[in-house]
Design a protein around this ligand. Structure first.
Ligand SMILES: [Ca+2]
Ligand SMILES: [Ca+2]
Length: 193
């Protein structure tokens, strides 16, 4: 019985991990160091794919999609926790700063198999309502934006006057939504190799 349960979990986890990325993924039972070159992404060899970091030739950066190689894929945290989580993940890592359409497209395509995911990104208007920046009070303005037009009113709507942090919403093609910073979601982390 225990074996059956464990086997079922393994199958679920394996299908889940393969499903998100559409590419070869290092599973808990394999320490293979083969490069991941199939599918729509993960082809940037400068990214530490063995530890879950992916990029491709269209972007000069690496993203961590919140999926540990060991299948520990369900860590959720508030936005401030996400800042800390990404910073501690590896040298030079930070909560993702989506600055181009190519970067946004990489996340959307790479995560296309996980339509229910919400991922924290660095954009916030904590310091000055309606003025979006990366970092808190950094003055590093968000120039490229991908707010959802599919709500009424469209995003960002600062609903209830209390939405100052941004997520990419997998329920809506990974368009950006402003949400309450204390919501619990997975972090999308980044580092520049
Ligand atoms: Ca706001
Ligand atoms: Ca909103």
């Amino acid at each position: 019985m225990a074996f059956c349960i464990h086997f079922s979990v393994l199958v679920l986890v394996t299908g889940f991990v393969v499903g998100i990325a559409g590419q070869n993924t290092t599973s808990s039972s394999s320490s293979s160091s083969s490069t991941t070159t199939s599918g729509g992404g993960g082809t940037n060899s400068l990214c530490d794919s063995a530890n879950g970091w992916y990029g491709d030739d269209d972007i000069a950066t690496c993203f961590y999609l919140g999926e540990e190689a060991d299948g520990a894929d369900d860590e959720v945290m508030d936005w401030f926790g996400a800042l800390d989580y990404c910073g501690a993940l590896r040298e030079g890592a930070f909560l993702a700063e989506i600055r181009t359409q190519a970067e946004n497209d990489f996340i959307r395509v790479e995560l296309g198999g996980l339509p229910d995911e919400h991922l924290w990104i660095a954009a916030n208007d904590l310091t000055d309502e309606g003025v979006w920046e990366f970092g808190i009070g950094s003055g590093d303005a968000v120039v490229y934006e991908n707010w959802s037009p599919n709500t009424d009113p469209p995003q960002p709507d600062n609903r209830a006057g209390n939405e100052d942090c941004a997520v990419m919403n997998g329920d809506d093609s990974f368009y950006w939504y402003d949400v309450n910073c204390t919501n619990l979601y997975k972090p999308l982390c980044e580092y520049v190799p």
